[in-house]
Write a protein that binds this ligand. Structure first.
Ligand SMILES: O=C(O)CCC(=O)C(=O)O
Length: 310
């Protein structure tokens, strides 16, 4: 069924691109920046009515589920790292499905229509160390993944801006088999998640950047701007110093329709046989496909069925 869906999606892609509109020049320019620098920023990408609708829906959700979400909130009432909140709040799914220049850049990168795999919603900075996403978003062939990050607030130096290392997507390949041999008694049996392997891999990428003198850059954004990062771009979140100020953002992890996404057991064991079919179904939102997962996870502390949160 998924293969059929992917085929149908691919077949209609010509027609899809055929409706190239006045934005195609901008799409191409952003795509070229993405390939050259490892990321691109699409200013004012999201229509403000959709952004306002999403914010209103999130506020209503927080009021309705005050007790359930309490343990995830910080002292200023900000949510942290909510996985797949778009499954419970349709207005967030609409932010993905809006036919923006950002989404068209992703289509151009994949050469087929973009689907939403998973999302992360934050109301404060992630403050994550510089990392590549690939160990958790591993595709075959490699690189069929993008991060699409939408600012729902203005973000400056004080409220946890994104950091990127320009051109870090184009480094020499890291020997992931050597890392697996070093860390695991049976390197053909790597776990799906390993902090040691994650840290070891990211350190190697960071060291390569240092040797080449690639410096990190802070992205100051306006609400509605979108950043798209290449699967191998080193990126992270700067400290969020003004804790009372929110930094609402939505990271959308996107792939072509039907693309399976694997984790570290495949990333660190590239010879592992895997299926080329995704195991999940998709739901439709406007003209787009969204992978269907049952739960919304709050900061990896607890999860709730999405249907109980709608
Ligand atoms: O939102 C951020 O600060 C960073 C998010 C990020 O690094 C990620 O989702 O991989």
């Amino acid at each position: 069924m998924i293969a059929g869906l992917a085929q149908k999606a691919a077949a209609s892609f010509g027609r899809f691109l055929g409706r190239a509109d006045s934005r195609s020049g901008a799409v191409e320019a952003h795509y070229q920046a993405l390939m050259r620098d490892g990321f691109c920023v699409v200013p004012n990408c999201m229509p403000s009515d959709l952004r306002q609708a999403a914010i209103a829906a999130i506020d209503a959700f927080k009021a309705r589920h005050r007790t359930v979400i309490a343990v995830n909130l910080d002292e200023y009432g900000h949510l942290y790292r909510v996985v797949n909140l778009h499954s419970a709040i349709a207005a967030l799914a609409d932010l993905f499905a809006a036919e923006t220049i950002g989404l068209m850049v992703c289509d151009r990168f994949f050469g087929s229509p973009t689907a939403l795999y998973t999302s992360l919603y934050y109301e404060r900075g992630s403050e994550q160390d510089l990392h590549r996403d690939t160990p958790y978003f591993c595709t075959r062939p490699l690189g069929n993944y993008l991060g699409m990050w939408l600012a729902l607030d203005d973000v400056d130096d004080d409220n946890g801006p994104l950091r990127v290392v320009e051109r870090s997507h184009a480094l020499e390949p890291v020997d992931v088999r050597a890392i697996a041999r070093e860390l695991f008694p049976d390197p053909s049996n790597v776990p799906a998640s390993s902090t040691d392997a994650w840290v070891r891999y990211q350190r190697e990428v960071q060291l390569q950047c240092q040797h080449l003198g690639l410096a990190e850059k802070t992205l100051r954004m306006q609400a509605g701007d979108v950043v798209i990062w290449h699967p191998e771009l080193l990126h992270g979140g700067a400290p969020h110093n003004r804790r009372d100020a929110s930094r609402r953002s939505l990271v959308m992890h996107v792939t072509p329709v039907g693309m399976p996404v694997y984790h570290m057991d495949v990333f660190f064991n590239p010879d592992k046989p895997v299926s080329d079919k995704a195991t999940w179904n998709y739901v439709r939102r406007a003209r787009r496909n969204i992978a269907e997962f049952a739960d919304v996870d709050f900061g990896h502390q607890f999860a709730m069925p999405a249907r109980d949160l709608r």
